[in-house]
Design a protein around this ligand. Structure first.
Ligand code: BES
Ligand code: MN
Ligand code: ZN
Length: 511
């Protein structure tokens, strides 16, 4: 894990492997961002011109490396593109800073220490830079042959993530600055842990193993935890979770994490889809569609991370996290297409396609969450390929039974730098799930499949409870190259949105 420090040292005297500065895209070429002045001075004010000569434009994500000026302790200056320079008197927006810090941290992998001299207009900017650096520095090499530490040279440099990010421009004694950094630390550590869970191969992370990780973390952070195993699920009548887990040698689990605050006025419930591997079951996925399906527990990982982050931040709100964990496998004991499951809510569901399993485990968890009558429920799931077709691989869809709540979630996501888009729940799609045998089927019309799934979930939300559904099938797992502060593989999608929702609820600004 990359260490984070605040430094007030002057640029020339900084002991680091590199100094990171920001460069924006101006009308007539690259323009230095605030924070770069001390470095520029050492180049006699010629730094913007030098960067232009080197081909820099200030475009987002661009990296330009140059030797540090004479007299500097650090050998390297790394200029990172911030994108279009803001209008007069405006500061760079937080997401531009977050991305630039992430790009720089990634480019500096293998180094011991980098100093970040990016523009800091306020505490929020400092927090964004901290987040970007810590998220961008993430790497997952638990399964690589040689432990990362062994790859370092005598100076401690080598492979593995950036060792330390020292932020300049912050005020270490300022209350708001300190809080922003503390928040960034808590959120990014838990988010990176969610990424680890997603990236862990499914032979090492089955429902039981995931539940054990949740139990350990909950104890560490004073969160109450209950785990229902197969026996308890059977006794309780959780037919959805049991039906999905029936084909696997690794039994399903339902984990309940309860974070409570003595002064809390509101109660939020987060529900996560936790399919530790989705083979499709008897409706087996073809090759080409199952290689990344270890990512199908990303919703549960996000919920887990958000509850722990809320606890670490001591937010004045009660947050219950529900992790619906199962492995979807074909076998002689697996649920068949045509089987009817009696769900925890009492409704019966005809399983027409065993690959539409996420909605089945979520249905039971949503009903369990509803029994506590929380002020709102938000579920998070890698639910449908249809949502990826609709919104692409970086944007999650937001559906809800309340338009204002849906809008508030899209706004909260935007605020933390997570792209999302409101999606409808068209009533006419409901009848496609009518079943001749059971109360409803787990499949409906193919067109609008993401919305059909949302309508299915809505059937299992308790009467009168505000509910939203985030379909993160696109952004949960990055199959292409890294960008900004997003690595390849597990991304930690929705963690920051959930934490923001908990914060807004604690502040009385939501619902
Ligand atoms: N886990 C998948 C959805 C998914 C697809 C997640 C791509 C991440 C990337 C889900 O369980 C699934 O298989 N959904 C089916 C539903 C269909 C059978 C109604 C789908 O989207 O094809
Ligand atoms: Mn599936
Ligand atoms: Zn799935």
């Amino acid at each position: 894990m990359t260490a984070l420090t605040l430094s007030t040292a002057a640029a020339p005297g900084l002991r680091a492997d590199a100094i990171v500065i920001g460069v924006g895209k101006g009308g007539k070429g690259p323009v230095l961002a605030p924070g770069a002045d001390a470095v520029d001075k050492a180049y006699d004010g010629r730094l913007a011109g030098i960067l232009e000569t080197l081909g820099a434009s200030g475009a987002e994500g661009e990296i330009t490396k140059l030797p540090a000026p004479a007299g500097f302790k650090a050998p390297l200056v790394l200029a990172v593109g911030l994108g279009t320079e803001p209008e007069d008197d405006q500061a760079y927006d937080a997401e531009a800073l977050r991305r630039a810090a992430g790009v720089a941290a990634r480019a500096l992998a293998g180094n011991k220490k980098a100093a970040f001299a990016l523009p800091v207009a306020d505490a929020a900017d400092l927090g964004a830079i901290a987040e970007g650096a810590l998220l961008g520095a993430y790497s997952f090499d638990a399964y690589k042959g040689i432990a990362p530490a062994a790859k370092k040279d005598a100076k401690g440099n080598g492979k593995g993530p950036l060792g330390e990010a020292a932020l300049l421009g912050g005020k270490p004694r300022d209350k708001d600055h300190k809080a922003a950094v503390e928040r960034a630390l808590a959120v990014t550590e838990e988010l990176n842990r969610a990424r680890d869970l997603v990236n862990t191969p499914p032979n090492d992370l089955d429902p039981e193993a995931f539940a054990a990780v949740a139990q350990t973390a909950a104890k560490e952070h004073g969160i109450k935890v209950e785990v229902l195993d197969e026996k308890a699920l059977e006794k309780g009548g959780y037919g959805g979770i049991l039906g999905v887990g029936a084909g696997s040698a690794a039994g399903p689990r339902l984990v309940k994490l309860s974070y409570t605050h003595a002064k809390a006025a509101k109660h939020l419930a987060f529900v996560g889809k936790g399919i530790t591997y989705d083979s499709g079951g008897i409706s087996l996925k073809p090759a080409g569609h199952n290689e990344t399906m270890k990512c199908d527990m990303s919703g549960a990982a996000a919920v887990f991370a958000a509850v722990v982050a809320a606890a670490r931040l001591g937010l004045e709100v009660n947050v219950t996290g529900w992790l619906a964990l199962a492995e979807n496998m074909p076998s002689g004991s697996a649920t068949r297409p045509g089987d009817v499951l009696r769900m925890y809510s009492g409704k019966t569901v005809e399983v027409l396609n065993t690959d539409a399993e996420g909605r089945l485990v979520l249905a039971d968890a949503l009903w369990a969450a509803s029994a506590e009558k929380p002020d709102a429920i938000v579920d998070v799931a890698t639910l449908t390929g249809a949502m990826v077709l609709a919104l692409g691989s970086r944007t999650f869809g937001v559906m809800a039974n309340d338009d204002a709540f849906r809008a508030a979630i899209v706004d909260a996501a935007e605020e933390v730098g997570e792209p999302s888009w409101p999606m409808p729940l068209p009533e006419h799609l409901r009848k496609g799930m009518d079943s001749p045998t059971a109360d409803l089927a787990n499949m409906g019309e193919r067109m609008g499949g993401g919305l059909v799934a949302g309508l299915f979930l809505r059937e299992f939300v308790g009467e009168g409870i505000t509910w939203a559904h985030l379909d993160i099938a696109g952004p949960a797992f990055n199959e292409s190259g890294p960008f900004g502060y997003t690595p390849k593989g597990g991304t930690g999608s929705a963690v920051r949105t959930l934490v923001r929702l908990a914060e807004l609820t604690a502040a009385g600004d939501l619902g």
